[in-house]
Design a binder for this molecule. Sequence first.
Ligand SMILES: [Zn+2]
Ligand SMILES: [Zn+2]
Length: 235
Amino acid sequence: MANKIEKLIFPSGFKCLICGCEINDDVFEICDKCFSKLPFVKGKVCLKCGEPIFSDANYCVYCKKSQPSFTKCFAPFVFESPISDLIHKLKYDGNKFVAKTLSNLILKCFLEQNLKVDVVVPVPLYLSREAERGFNQAFLLTQSFIDAGFEIDNSSVIRVKNTNTQTALSKIERTLNMENAFKVINKEKLKNKNVLLIDDVYTTGATFNALSEVLLKAGVKNVYGLSVAHTIIEK
Ligand SMILES: [Zn+2]
Ligand SMILES: [Zn+2]
């Protein structure tokens, strides 16, 4: 698998992915000026889901009401331009080289968290969906983790329900829609492991939560969720 992904991702040269200016940095491929303007998650966040919090509370309104099953989720960015544009380029325009930048950015965020993780699991896509797109963007986002020597598991858990209508749904509808969406097909491989899930965007947490539930039932010790960007839900 590692060889396959290396062939898929090709460097975009030494031009800033955002403004197109010439740069010397081939890690993030974003110039200093654009980098400093990226919509980083700043300040206090919900200890459970990583949502920015603008009060003294430790948890956001949703996590306080019903605690999600995962241990903790986090993201380096809020879902705003130009990060949202880069994610769009990757997912819908098939610009796979963007994955390298986004993958390096989430690896940096992950390393700052100092978490013990045994295996990295990209959120699986429904098979026909992946065939249609030609790739799973979450899997492409694990590239930097592969390079850093992490174990990636892309086969022990599968998506058994096509849930492609999420965008128009409310938080409750999304949660219902995600019920029975995933199945662990190799429990032994993940048993007692600390798992890090990778996805492009955290919207309501329904995907991470559903996946985390089946993984915990399968004997996984801890489930963490890392996404590129966290959507700020209006409350
Ligand atoms: Zn730039
Ligand atoms: Zn929360």
